[in-house]
Design a binder for this molecule. Structure first.
Ligand code: C5P
Length: 228
C-alpha cells in the first residue's frame, strides 16, 4: 500500500487535435494526461507540443507508445520520443526482453520507462490463444521482475495484479494501472477491471483512465469524481 491516493492520467485517445487540446485545457489542474498511439500516429511530436501547451507546464505527461522491437531500434525510438516530446513516462512492452528494456532505459535520460506486462484487454482465453496459457499472475510477475531488473522505473499492470506486484517488487517501482472503471460504467474492451478507489487502496501509484472521462457528458466533473 502506498498510503496515499493514486494520481490519475487521463488517456486522451483521439485522432482529433482540437478535441485533444480542449480536453487538455479543461482537465488542467484536475488530472494529468496521457497520449498514445492513436493521437501520436496522427499528429506526432508537433501535435504533442500543442496538447502539452494546452495542459500547462504543471501537468505531468505520459507518452504511451508501447515500443517492442530489437534493442537498437527501441533505444533509437526512445531517444526520438524523448528529444521530441520530453515525456515524464514512456512505455515499452516487457515481453521485448531484458536487453530491449535495458537499452530503452539507458536511452531515456530523465524520462521514466514503464514496462507493460500483459494488456488489460486480454482475458485468460485470449492469453491462451496467443500461447500464454500460464497463470496470468505468474506471467505478469515474471515480466515485471525482468523489467525492473533491466532498469524500468515502473510497471503497467492490470488492477488485479497490483497487490501481488506491490508485495514482490521494490518499493520505489511505480505501479501504473489502466483497466479502471467506476462502479456502474461500461467496461468496453477492458476485461480485468477495478474501481479507482479499489485500485488506489491496493497500492497503485497512478491510474490510467480514458473513456469514463473522455466520453462523459462532462469530462471535468467525471475526472473529479474519480479522485478519492
Ligand atoms: O478508455 P480506457 O480507460 O480503457 O483507456 C485505457 C488506456 O490505457 C488506453 O489508452 C490504453 O491504450 C491504455 N493501456 C491499457 N492497457 C495496458 C496499457 C495501456 O489499457 N496494459
Amino acid at each position: 500500500m502506498t498510503g496515499k491516493a493514486a494520481g490519475i492520467f487521463c488517456a486522451i485517445d483521439t485522432p482529433d487535435l482540437a478535441a485533444a487540446e480542449k480536453l487538455a485545457t479543461d482537465l488542467q489542474g484536475v488530472v494529468d494526461i496521457k497520449l498514445g498511439l492513436e493521437f501520436f500516429t496522427a499528429h506526432g511530436a508537433a501535435g504533442v507540443a500543442k496538447v502539452r501547451a494546452a495542459a500547462g507546464a504543471e501537468t505531468k505527461f505520459f507518452l504511451d507508445l508501447k515500443f517492442h522491437d530489437i534493442p537498437n531500434t527501441a533505444a533509437g525510438a526512445v531517444r526520438s520520443a524523448v528529444a521530441g516530446c520530453a515525456p515524464d513516462f514512456l512505455t515499452v512492452h516487457a515481453s521485448g526482453g531484458h536487453a530491449m528494456i535495458r537499452a530503452a532505459a539507458a536511452a531515456a535520460g530523465g524520462t521514466k520507462i514503464l514496462a507493460v506486462t500483459v494488456l488489460t484487454s486480454l482475458d485468460e482465453n485470449e492469453l491462451s490463444a496467443v500461447g500464454q496459457g500460464d497463470d496470468t499472475q505468474a506471467q505478469v510477475l515474471r515480466l515485471a521482475r525482468l523489467a525492473v531488473d533491466a532498469g524500468a522505473g515502473g510497471i503497467v499492470c492490470s488492477p488485479r495484479e497490483i497487490a501481488l506486484l506491490r508485495k514482490e517488487l521494490p518499493r520505489e517501482t511505480l505501479l501504473v494501472v489502466p483497466g479502471i472503471r467506476p462502479a456502474g460504467s461500461a467496461a468496453g474492451d477492458q476485461k480485468r477491471v477495478m474501481t479507482p478507489d479499489e485500485a488506489s487502496a491496493a497500492g497503485a501509484n497512478y491510474l490510467v483512465i480514458g473513456r469514463p472521462i473522455t466520453e462523459a457528458a462532462d469530462p471535468v466533473a467525471a475526472a473529479r469524481g474519480m479522485r478519492a
